[in-house]
Structures are given as C-alpha cells and as structure tokens.
Design a protein. Structure first.
Length: 229
C-alpha cells in the first residue's frame, strides 16, 4: 500500500511521542482495517485487552505470524460483551507491514499502562469514532494521488469517493479477488459478522482465551484473505 511508505516517513520524522502515536493509530486504523476488510464503524471496536493478551503469541507463531485483532461488540437482548478475534497477516504478500505498525501501537499502549478499553480513544478515554481517522485517510490518499498519479487518477474526488465507511473493506475485497482468493476464504474472513447479526444466539460470555484457542485451529484458512493483499 503506497500510503504506508509515506506514513513510515512521517513516523520517522515525528518530533514528539504524541505525534508518533497519532501516526501509529492512523496507520493501524487504515492498514488493519484494510487487512481485515473492516467497515469504518468497526475499526473503533478494536479492544486493547484482547490485543495485548495475544499479541506476542501471534507475533511468535512458528509458521503463521499474525496480529490478533480483537473486536468488542454488543448483542441485542444480551447482557455482557462479546469478542470477535480476526487474525491478520504479519506481513502481506504486497508488503503491508501490519506487524510492524501494531508492534509500535502495542508499545504505546504498554507505555501508557492502557490494559483495557478501546485501542483508539481520546484523551478522556472515550472510544474514538471512525470519522476521527477520515481526515488522515483523505490526506494520505491525496498525497498518493499527487505524487503517484498512476495509482489514483486525478479524476477521483477523494473526499466524495473514498469515505472510510466503505473504502477499506471494498478495496480489500477487490484486491483479494484480483489475487484469486476463493470466495469461501473471503466469506470466512467476514463470518464473524454473521455471529454478530445473530443477536446473541451463539454461546455467551466466552473468555478471550477460549476464542483464541478456537481461532488458532483455523489460522491457515483465516489468514489467506489478508495474506493475499
């Protein structure tokens, strides 16, 4: 992803810890959202506890290094909370370095002793909205459009055509199909939405460890989507 290199340069030139953290969050929101084919409103659901609990295990996997994205969702008519764990490739075939960016983000969370709550939160600790990342996404795409006109045509109106609500998921699905990822694997990546839509008909209150153990058995299938991007 061309914007990744620009964000890397920005991060290396950051003049403060806060500036570096803002770039890390933007990069993880964009690259993680792309690799998991998340809709815009799903990105802020990333949960710190789940990410921190399983990050090293995913990083150090002997054959399938990955980043375990944990999304915290609520179900209608059900008390309590539920996790959906989406593993994404540490490095994709096209060179999206999810592992590098999330390693930086994890270090920032640990430095701030942020062990619970939303990964992306404001200074008051409230979960950020997807719109918080839209300006950064537009700026990154605008830079690609200007500096690499063969990638994004000058005729594309970025603010109108590239809203965060659908751009990442649409782009990911398109790239996966161009890479000839089977539709079954694309569906497997999105299957967690079926559980979310079931409104509590699946077993309730499972621990994060139980979720991750089950996900680990399906890593080869679940990583095919993001690996191909």
């Amino acid at each position: 992803m061309e914007a990744q290199g620009m964000l890397e340069d920005d991060w290396n030139r950051a003049e403060s810890v806060q500036e570096a953290e803002e770039i890390e969050e933007l990069a993880c929101a964009i690259l993680g959202g792309l690799s998991a084919a998340l809709r815009g409103e799903e990105i802020p659901k990333l949960d710190a506890a789940g990410l921190l609990q399983h990050f090293e295990e995913g990083r150090d996997h002997p054959t399938k290094p990955h980043v375990p994205l944990c999304l915290l969702g609520r179900f209608k008519g059900e008390r309590g909370e539920r996790y959906h764990i989406l593993p994404i490739a540490w490095v994709t075939d096209s060179g999206i370095h999810n592992g590098r960016w999330f390693s930086r983000l994890v270090r920032s969370l640990q430095r701030k002793h942020k062990e619970h709550g939303a990964v992306f939160s404001d200074r008051q600790g409230k979960r950020k909205h997807a719109s918080s990342f839209e300006a950064g996404l537009f700026e990154a795409l605008d830079r690609v459009q200007v500096q690499m006109p063969g990638i994004i045509s000058a005729s594309v109106n970025i603010p109108e055509d590239c809203g965060i609500s659908r751009t990442l998921r649409r782009s990911a699905t398109t790239r996966a199909r161009l890479a000839k990822v089977p539709e079954a694997d694309i569906d497997a990546n999105n299957r967690w939405r079926t559980v979310e839509a079931a409104q509590g008909r699946a077993p309730a209150h499972r621990r994060i460890r139980d979720h991750y153990s089950q996900i680990s058995l399906m890593l080869e299938v679940l990583l095919r989507f993001s690996q191909a991007l």
